[in-house]
Design a protein around this ligand. Structure first.
Ligand code: DQA
Length: 152
């Protein structure tokens, strides 16, 4: 399968399964299922396929990123708190050799200082933060354009 026709992997890290219940004043009232539905609708509009995966476990996220090297065309990642701690996720993203866009629901630069540093950013083309679930849709839009421009 041509690389551009493989699904985009949308990856969510720890506690993002709690969306809707978890600190709604920061993360909003949408659930992760709502975010997935919005991503699937946007992907259909853009002519992209998507795989959607969430785990609370660092190793499971690393395993899924390793699979993406062959199975996916690009990665949209909200690594949750692992953003700020995980060299293992950074190494996996670098090894995947795929376009990566980092997403955060909240504006991590407006929050506690420990959230200001992101390991994921070292592997990312770009980062979208503070726009809620719309950030995932913007990431898909950017990837659709980039994958369409990629050499066949
Ligand atoms: C988050 C921001 C992180 O600092 C936090 O640990 C999360 C969610 C966001 O989407 O705003 O779990 O990645």
């Amino acid at each position: 399968m041509a690389a551009q026709n493989k699904p985009v992997l949308i990856l969510n890290g720890p506690n993002l399964n709690m969306l809707g219940k978890r600190q709604p004043e920061i993360y909003g009232r949408e659930t992760l299922a709502d975010v997935e539905a919005a991503c699937r609708a946007e992907a259909t509009r853009l002519g992209l396929a998507v795989d959607f995966f969430q785990s609370n476990h660092e190793g499971a996220l690393v395993d899924r990123i390793q699979q993406a090297r062959d199975a996916n065309s690009a990665i949209v990642i909200n690594a949750g708190a692992y953003t700020h701690t995980s060299v293992a996720i950074l190494d996996a993203l670098n090894a995947a050799e795929l376009p990566v866009i980092e997403v955060h629901l909240s504006n991590i630069h407006r929050r506690e200082p420990f959230r200001h540093h992101s390991y994921v950013s070292q592997a990312a083309l770009g980062m979208i933060a503070g726009l809620g679930s719309q950030g995932y849709l913007f990431a898909l839009q950017a990837l659709a354009r980039r994958l369409a421009d990629a050499p066949q």
